[in-house]
Structure formats: C-alpha cells, structure tokens
Design a protein around this ligand. Structure first.
Ligand SMILES: *Cc1c(COP(=O)(O)O)cnc(C)c1O
Length: 399
C-alpha cells in the first residue's frame, strides 16, 4: 500500500453525487407537511396557502370520504392479506369497480395500487419486442418506465407536435403493433393533448391509442368523466387510464375499456398480479368519491373558474405560463437557483408552491408550479397573486 491516493468507497461516491446535486440546485429534501388535504397547510407550525397539491376538488379531507374509509376498515380490516388472484379480491373491489364502470360508461375496468404501478405494468400488455411506441416527450415518468419495461422501440415525439408524430409513424410500417401514448393534461405544463388529431392519426396508421387522465379525470367532461369524454372520443381511445389520487382525493388508479382487454390484463399484467390488493379503506373512499364527483358539478365549475382567473392574472402580469389551459399553472423561471429562490420567497410570504427542476422538466426550464383547488376562496387567490407579483418583480422575472 504505497499509494497515497484515497481508496474508492461507495459512501464517498454517493456523498459526492449529493454534493453535486446541491451545487447545481437540484438537491431534493423531504419537508414535514401537515394538513396538506386542506387549502392552508402547515409547515413548522406556520400556515401557508396550499398552491401545490393535486387535491383539485378539495375531496381529500372530505368527511364523507373519511367515513367511507372508516366503515370499510371496520367491516373488512386493514390489510387485504394477499394479491387479488389469491384471496385479496374483497367485496370493496366489486363495489368500487362497478361504480367506476357506471361512471365512465365503458364495458370493463380494473383498479390498481397507483398510477405508477398501472403505467409500468400495462404497456407490456400492449406491446413487446417487435413493436413500437410513440410517446409525447412530456409524458409522465411512469409511462416512460412502462415503455422501457415493454422492450418495444421507443420514439418520443416533440410535445403535442402532430407533424412530428406523423413523420415518425410514416417510417414505422415495418413494426407489427404501434402504440401512441399521451397524457391528456400534462402534469408540469398544464396544457392539453390534441386528442382529436391523435385519434385521426392512430386510425390513419392503424395504431392503438392510450391516454393518461391523471390530471383530467374528475374535472373535465360530463360528470367529470374525463377529457376523452369531454371530446366524445370514449369509443375511439382503446386504453384509458387515470388515477384516484388527484381530483378524487383518494389513492389508486384505474384502467377502463373493453372486457377482453381487462380480462387479458388480469392474466398478464405483472404490476396487477404480483402485488398485494389494496386495503379496504382505499376502496371505500374511492367508491364514495366517484359518487360525489358525479353529483357535485359545482366543484368542477369552481375549480375551472378559479383556474381561468388565476391564469389570466398571472399572464397579464407578464409571467410565462407555458400554454397552461387548466388548473395546473406553471410560471417559467429558467435557472434552478432562481426557481428555488422564488419558491423560498413565496414561503416567506405565506404561500406554498414548489420549484420544479430537471430532471422533471428540461434543463433551464425550472418553474414554479401552482395548482388550484375548487375550495380556494377568490380573496385567497387575489392575495396570492399580489404576493407572487411582488416576488416576480423582486427577482426580475417580470418588470
Ligand atoms: C401522478 C401521475 C401518475 C402517477 O399516479 P400515482 O397514482 O401518483 O402513482 C401517472 N401519470 C400522470 C400523468 C400523473 O400525473
């Protein structure tokens, strides 16, 4: 041992990587948040206006959902004890899945643990090695991982760019199956996919179309059925998935479509087969939430009105809101450190909104992502807009 060079250790290497993330302002840390299901959350005993949750309809803290969850636990216990194909398929599933199918008006549906699980499992049931997937460049990470697991050829088309997608489809005639996959509402930009054009293209090139309605189910369309229904395309989009974790205020995900496809998923989808069934509490709250979402259209109206108001005000102030058309309203900042500083100053002013940085968004496109809730009050939004404008001026983001 005559070398004075320090030996490699795993610990040193990892610590080096962490300090690099710190240097480029991409380090992530957990914050303890209380009352995130409400419009005012609490961090270190300070109340902050919650402009960061996906609880769009304000249902996560709803008394009726809590009651449904508690009753389900009392009836069926906490753990579901096994996967669904063993003994985990408790009556909570039949109740929630029939509520889901009635709501969406489709033949069959399946409820899974989370959107991440669903997307990572389902794509392998549609395509494999000899096939090709066309995926919007801004699709959610769970879709990207799902495509990777499928081993299909992966082409990412420019965000919402139908000309680019068509040029890629033209070159793919040698593949057996073609899958086009897109979010309906994009989670970091708040804009919407051109679904009618996607349907035209998938028909022209005999592809299969899958959409992810995580940020649109419960919000758009009649009875909150989703964006696909809003455009009347429910019979043309083969695979429709969404989550119960955002607008519906619960947890879990669903896929709805043809019975033969759902039957196939039960036989083949690894993220369905090899995992424990959801606890009864979750299914109880899902079922209650599906009923409430259909009945209380007033929540959707309030949300969409608030969101439009908020977008118009921020845009008018000179912020770049990245083509947002929805309840997700980003303001583009650019450099990571400036976005971090922006969010820090917002917190000092009583507002909680997070800085979204790479790799979640492309380099030099760090942003603050605001999300609106139906249960925000107009005067709270006005108050927030004033603070956001002041921070924007202070940091030179707007003039
Ligand atoms: C949140 C989200 C998911 C993941 O759903 P979880 O239930 O949180 O795992 C999938 N797709 C999109 C577009 C999302 O926004």
């Amino acid at each position: 041992m005559d070398s004075i060079e320090k030996q490699w250790t795993w610990e040193e290497e990892i610590k080096g990587k962490l300090s690099f993330l710190q240097q480029i302002s991409q380090i992530r840390q957990l914050v303890n948040v209380e009352q995130a299901e409400q419009t005012w959350l609490k961090i270190n005993d300070r109340k902050l206006l919650n402009l960061a949750s996906n609880n769009y309809l304000g249902l996560a803290g709803d008394e009726r959902l809590k009651k449904a969850a508690i009753e389900a636990v009392q009836k069926r216990g906490c753990g579901s004890t096994a996967s669904r194909l063993i003994v985990g398929n408790h009556p909570g599933y039949q109740e929630a899945e029939s509520a889901l199918i009635n709501w969406k008006g489709l033949e069959a549906g399946l409820i899974l643990g989370s959107g991440y699980l669903l997307n990572t499992g389902i794509i392998s049931c549609i395509v494999g090695r000899d096939d090709i997937v066309f995926s919007d460049r801004l699709n959610h990470a769970s879709i990207v991982d799902g495509v990777r697991l499928s081993r299909a050829e992966h082409k990412r088309y420019r965000h919402n760019d139908m000309n680019h997608l068509e040029s890629l489809l033209k070159k793919a005639s040698g593949y057996k199956r073609k899958l086009i996959v897109t979010d309906t509402v994009f989670s970091m930009d708040g804009d919407i996919a051109p679904l009618s054009d996607l349907v035209t293209l998938k028909e022209r090139y005999q592809a299969i179309l899958m959409v992810d309605e995580a940020h649109s189910s419960g919000i758009y369309g009649m009875d909150g059925k989703g964006y696909v229904h809003h455009l009347g395309l429910q019979d043309q989009v083969e695979v429709q998935m969404g989550t119960f974790s955002k607008a519906l205020g619960c947890y879990g995900a669903y896929v709805v479509g043809s019975k033969w496809f759902v039957d196939y998923l039960v036989n083949k989808m690894r993220s369905f087969i090899f995992t424990t069934a959801l606890p009864s509490a979750v299914l109880g709250s899902i079922q209650a939430s599906i009923q409430i979402v259909q009945k209380e259209g007033i929540r959707r109206e309030a949300l969409l009105n608030h969101a439009e108001y908020f977008r118009e005000k921020l845009s008018h102030l000179g912020f770049n809101i990245c083509h947002s058309q929805t309840q997700i309203v980003p303001i583009l900042i650019g450099p990571n450190d400036q976005a971090m500083q922006f969010s820090q100053l917002l917190q000092e002013n009583g507002i909680f909104a997070v800085a979204i940085r790479p790799p979640t968004v492309p380099n030099n496109q760090a942003r603050i992502r605001f999300t609106i809730m139906a249960t925000h009050k107009k005067h709270e939004l006005d108050w927030a807009i004033e603070k956001i404008a002041a921070v924007g001026k202070k940091l030179g983001v707007i003039s």
